[in-house]
Design a protein around this ligand. Sequence first.
Ligand code: PHE
Length: 340
Amino acid sequence: MEERLNQLRASAMERLAAATSPEDLRAVDRDFVGKQGSLSELLASVPSLDPKDRPIVGKGANLLKRDILAEIDKRKGELEAAEIDAQRSGSDFDGTLPAAAATRGSLHPLTLVRREVESIFVSMGYEVLDGPEVELDYYNFQALNIPADHPAREMQDTFYCDREGKLVMRTQTSPVQIRAMERLKPPFRVICPGRVFRNEEPDATHEHTFHQVEGLVVGEDITVGHLSGVLKGFLRQLFQKDIEVRLRPGYFPFVEPGFELDVRCPFCTEGCRTCKNTRWIEFCGCGIVHPKVLSAGGIDPESWTGFAFGFGLDRLVMLRYGIDDLRHFMGGDLRFLEQF
Ligand code: PHE
């Protein structure tokens, strides 16, 4: 009986040593370990053996099975390595051919335009700030002169993060105004680009997640003239030409007076699709910082004044690249993203 096991071991190992392909290895597996293999046959015969032989054969066959499987594994690795070596040194291997080009990603259009906006404002002496996307109700509303029962809260369908309504996904970047005032000593100028969230039904111009750029300047005797001058300077650099702007009265509880700033359509002289034939494009909300907001930020409204603005970055990117659907931005479709 032991004789038989030794024979099987010898012939299996011999065949494995001679194997030159994965098929050879599979054949050894089939002939020895497989259901119809010699070892299986041997094991099946155990019950009919002399009782004293049974444990010897059973144990021996299982050990052999384990050894064959381990050897198959080892030989598989060796064959694969040999295959790679052969390919590397074979006559058709040309080590001077250029490597396959690595595919390079590209920056998201929102990132491209955000960086451009940042560098324009930095060149005008602004600091770029960041703020939390999950924000306290206090910063998102209350400190911005929007008390709990204020109708302005109806304008923004808010994602609340807790039952008490203390924590929200920020609906605007304006809370960073308060955080900036708490941290910085006037005079200062900052912008804060970032993601904001509103519970909107997505369509070509609405998304639950979009992007704003907030601006805040606090200094002495700040006027609406400073505000429109800065925004005009920014637009001139962005579009590389003078852009006419107009201010319309607009209501935001954290500024007084508050405005909507429109820009002359940069794409036409007679009216076009982008400006819906009005020659004007709504650009941002802005105004003179409300004294209550300065106080909430720990700044004395008797000594300091300021202006603030907030514009949609997505809108700007759409204008810049002629994109007609906001949903592309968060869609993750490579056919869209690879164009930038
Ligand atoms: N936060 C306002 C909005 O989301 C925009 C704004 C910012 C208005 C700063 C005035 C001053 O619509």
